[in-house]
Design a protein around this ligand. Structure first.
Ligand SMILES: [Zn+2]
Length: 330
């Protein structure tokens, strides 16, 4: 084996290339990220069970549709069955940021601030269905592939630097710092506007099949627009505007076949219970021990791009700057 092949950076580059965002690579990365985010997870029984039950109603609908041919053969292959399994976890996390997101593997996150802003279970279910749709659409895989292209270049440059510097320890330390910075960016990957549009389309289909009211799918986006979250224009934003998402939801609901009425079911929680769960969620978030691990988890949660608003919230930029500074200081 020559010196280059023994170089750990070369090994990392090869590992990244062979991984090329397989399901396994995304699931493993999501599991790693979850260890950092776990301190913010609200594990209070009734709340945790509720989010999980609501999420699995979406998953079960997607599985039934896939068995009927929705999505094509790649969703009936044995190695795709993980995305319909009981291992998928829908987490409620203590965060003052209004967002929901997924790391693309088995973990989806709903922030307490988002739940507090939902006026009905339909609004929450629409967001949860949208997040699951990012998993189903393998959007994180696509984001990782984009990031690999950047990381591959960084590693190649670092290897060249290392080969020239031979055993120079300082150089090695600088390279490691660069890698830590790039690795940190995995968690702050954004979805493209096309990914967001597809997640709305898939999410709508799953939500309707799972039994919620088709006419209510756009309500949460309308709710945010009413609160002034639709300030960014189409031209400058990476995200679709809220009003375009509401309009798309309305036109999809109007275009449903009469058969769709047969899928309707009562919500998981009655309106009264839903209101109570919202209060419990805020109380549980406030009771989290304010330690370092919670602070790290909440900074990471604040740093990910918005999945629901037209524009990233102000705390997003502060959180990202904080993470970059931490990575650069290693
Ligand atoms: Zn999204």
């Amino acid at each position: 084996m020559n010196a280059l092949a023994r170089n750990p950076l070369v090994a990392l580059l090869l590992a990244l290339c062979t991984a090329c965002a397989s399901d396994r690579a995304v699931i493993d990365q999501a599991a790693d990220a979850h260890r950092e985010l776990e301190p913010a997870v609200i594990d209070q029984g009734e709340l945790a069970n509720y989010i999980q039950e609501l999420g699995h109603r979406v998953v079960d609908a997607a599985q039934a549709m896939s068995q009927e041919g929705y999505g094509g053969k790649e969703y009936t292959r044995p190695d795709a069955q993980w995305m319909f399994s009981d291992d998928l976890r829908f987490h409620l996390v203590a965060s003052d940021t209004l967002n929901a997101f997924t790391t693309g593997g088995e973990h989806m996150y709903v922030y307490t601030q988002l739940l507090a802003n939902c006026r009905s279970e339909d609004e929450l279910a629409a967001v949860v269905a949208h997040e699951y749709a990012h998993v189903y659409g393998r959007h994180v895989h696509k984001g990782m592939n984009r990031q690999y292209a950047v990381l591959g270049g960084a590693v190649a440059a670092a290897i060249l630097g290392h080969e020239l510097a031979e055993e120079n320890k300082e150089e090695w330390a600088a390279i490691s710092g660069t890698l830590a910075l790039y690795a940190g960016q995995f968690l702050s990957l954004g979805f493209t506007r096309d990914d967001e549009a597809e997640a709305d389309q898939l999410g709508f289909d799953f939500y309707v099949r799972a039994g919620w009211d088709p006419a209510r799918f756009g309500d949460f986006f309308q709710n945010l627009a009413d609160q002034g979250y639709d300030e960014e224009s189409d031209t400058f934003s990476d995200h679709p505007t809220l009003r375009s998402r509401v309009a798309a939801a309305q036109s999809r609901a109007a275009g449903l076949s009469p058969q769709a009425a047969a899928w309707r079911k009562p919500p998981v929680a009655t309106a009264q219970r839903f209101a109570k769960l919202k209060q419990q969620a805020l109380a549980a978030a406030a009771q989290k021990p304010k330690d370092q691990s919670l602070a790290v988890a909440q900074t990471l949660l604040a740093s990910v791009p918005t999945c629901v608003a037209a524009k990233d919230p102000p705390e997003h930029h502060a959180a990202r700057a904080q993470l970059k500074a931490a990575a650069a200081g290693q």
